[in-house]
Design a protein around this ligand. Structure first.
Ligand code: URA
Length: 226
């Protein structure tokens, strides 16, 4: 699929789409994972560092609850805590790379899984497997999918969560890299879903890979590219 005219995404930036601050440090991390010659351990370690930043940015979008604690010197601190019902939902297989960083931040978080893949004949997303917490309808959901390219699978995955009773505004899509096509597809269909990402790439190439991109994320992360 060759992108000709890129969709405009200006209207979504800052409201639906939360792009991590494009710092030099983040660029140095991107430099590691974009290098086709990166060693796998560097690729895994560095992508997990970025994913952790994304997860923390995603948690910041949740409705935090006011609470008070008493400090060791007896003072009251007016604090905030994460909502009690949060779950991660990883889109197998690439999304599973985000489970470790999520657990590192929220050790007791419940994590569901969805296996949705494009059928080679019909070209439509086909649902193979789901395992979701029973109270998902009442939860804030961090949807874990590092690659948002054409958006086909993402749309079907979000629709599945809505069919399970999750409110659209309770879904935060945690994503490593995306393209205007993917943002436009998700935000037009689901305007209350928020996307947290670390990079908006230039475009898709004729094979639906993002450019400049990082190649096949799942293969590089899980070592199935060799
Ligand atoms: N999936 C990937 O792993 N990489 C892309 O560039 C697009 C989809």
């Amino acid at each position: 699929m060759l992108s000709t005219k890129l969709p405009s995404i200006e209207e979504y930036l800052g409201s639906n789409v939360h792009l991590l601050p494009q710092t030099d440090y983040l660029r140095s991390l991107h430099t590691v994972i974009r290098d086709r010659n990166a060693r796998r351990d560097d690729f895994v370690l560095t992508s997990e560092s970025i994913i952790r930043m994304l997860i923390e940015a995603g948690l910041n979008l949740l409705p935090l609850e006011k609470c008070e604690v008493t400090t060791p010197v007896g003072a009251t601190y007016e604090g905030l805590r994460l909502p009690s019902r949060i779950c991660g939902v990883s889109v197998v297989r690439a999304g599973e790379s985000m489970e470790g960083p999520l657990r590192a931040v929220c050790p007791s978080i419940r994590i569901g899984k969805i296996l949705m893949q494009r059928d080679k004949k019909t070209k439509l997303p086909h649902l193979y497997y789901t395992s979701l917490p029973s109270d998902i309808a009442e939860s804030q959901v961090l949807l874990l999918e590092p690659m948002l390219a054409t958006g086909g699978t993402a749309l079907a995955t979000i629709q599945l969560l809505l069919d399970k009773g999750v409110a659209e505004e309770n879904i935060v899509f945690v994503n490593l890299i995306t393209v205007p096509e993917g943002i436009s597809a998700v935000c037009r269909r689901y305007p209350k879903v928020r996307i947290v990402t670390s990079s908006i790439e230039e475009r898709l190439n004729e094979n639906a890979y993002m450019v400049p991109g990082i190649g096949d994320f799942g293969d590089r992360f899980f070592g199935t590219d060799i």
